[in-house]
Ligand binder design. Sequence first.
Ligand code: G3H
Length: 538
Amino acid sequence: MRDIETIFPADDQIPADARLAGPIEQREYLVNGELRRWDGAMQEVLSPVCVETATGPVQRVLGRVPLLGEKEALDALDAAVAAYDHGRGRWPTMAVADRIAHVEEFARRMVGTRDEVVRLLMWEIGKARADAGREFDRTVEYIRDTVDAVKELDRAGSRFSIQQGIIGQIRRAPLGVALCMGPFNYPLNETFTTLIPALVMGNTAVFKPPRLGVLLHRPLLEAFRDAFPPGVVNTVYGRGRETMTPLMASGKVDVLAFIGTSRAADALKKAHPRPHRLRSVLGLEAKNPAIVLPDADLELAVAECALGALSFNGQRCTALKMLFVHADVVDEFLARLSAVVSGLPAGMPWDEGVALTPLPEPGKPAELAELVADAVRLGGRVVNPSGGESHGTYVSPAVVYPTHPDSRLYREEQFGPVIPVASFTDLAEPIRWVVESNYGQQLSIFGRDPETIARLVDPLVNQVCRLNLNSQCQRGPDTFPFTGRKDSAEGTLSVSDALRVFTIRTLVAAKSSELNKRIITDIVRERRSTFLSTDFVF
Ligand code: G3H
């Protein structure tokens, strides 16, 4: 592992293809189809990337973004409310084919921003160039898959059913105004995997970029403005308490799509005056465990656990955050894991093949150090050389063993490059941990014996929402359901599930009388309605 004192570049060592032109002063925000200029308070944007100076590493200043207030946030919401117009607006009543055309136009424009967005992902959140490119491409692909899923849904809704003498046409209709907020670790992908389905199904939206990862949305503002009718997409920047709480308190938000902490989600939901009117789709914390059985292929288990625990420095909700390894193999497992972790290339996001990069959250190195110190106080030790050492915003990954049940690391989500390991002799121990955990997203099992694995599958599928065999935890493929139990999620996301969570089934029904048949036939034949129609999109 490289000497972390040398990890940050001097200014002249930053390659030309990674450089930013200069600090970005973003004053625009999108409301009602226009880019408004903000002349009020601004927030400085610091990069996790430091530049080495004579006095040590200094975080690069990337620019400034608006700190809007309550009034501006409410103006953005009112624009979305007006565009929805109680479901009578142009957007919610538009034919599906036309809404799809707007979304496709947006995707076309978005593709042109790839280089700029990828570069900002590197600088703003420290994501390695390859991962940043993947996040961008996966998001564009998600939009295309969403369009296909909408067409499929539309085809299914373009027919009449006749049951017990009642004719009915059932479609999914929008809910109203969606408030979409993504997390800093996937600021683009996880904002758009709620925003785009919400929009294409006829909702209007306000979206707020995460606290970290704001500037990278700037290149997309024009694309939103030009691809969608006014008021359909609006943006808010600023502190959550000053901007989001008033929006929720107004009672005008119909769907809250939020990826972040359960504490923040609960506070937002509580601010809504009529919670029964609010639909929520939430992606929250997780502490996904791996269970390594004595017969596991250790080379595979170690490779998947290292990947699962340290991709994007462990800052994934799906990351493996607690490893339970059978006592018979724990020594060999730790030796192998320590070697693999030591071999991971650390550096700057633009370095070829880099695996470990600096962390964007303020105060994170100190927070992780406290978690490790607490585990060490309770008998744990850092197994890998240099594990847990830090320099500026960079923290070397630490493998901690044994992790005492009373330590914070045993239960709390670390969301960073720390890998707690505990050994077990009886499978009841990790199962009890899963049952007692506040989280219930996913888990991984490593082993070879079908009988033992089957004995774990049946009790554990009712504790989490995805069980991965000999594989790390992950969200993809995006057509698979992504959700969790307990404090980990509310609602399910996937390409097709997202279309459901932002809609409600609505139908037109009529007793099958001659009069009703004549009316329906006339409406359909003369194309008098977009809902009551047998047209469908190819
Ligand atoms: O942070 C949570 C992400 O949804 C994880 O996605 O498993 O594809 O990295 P991923």
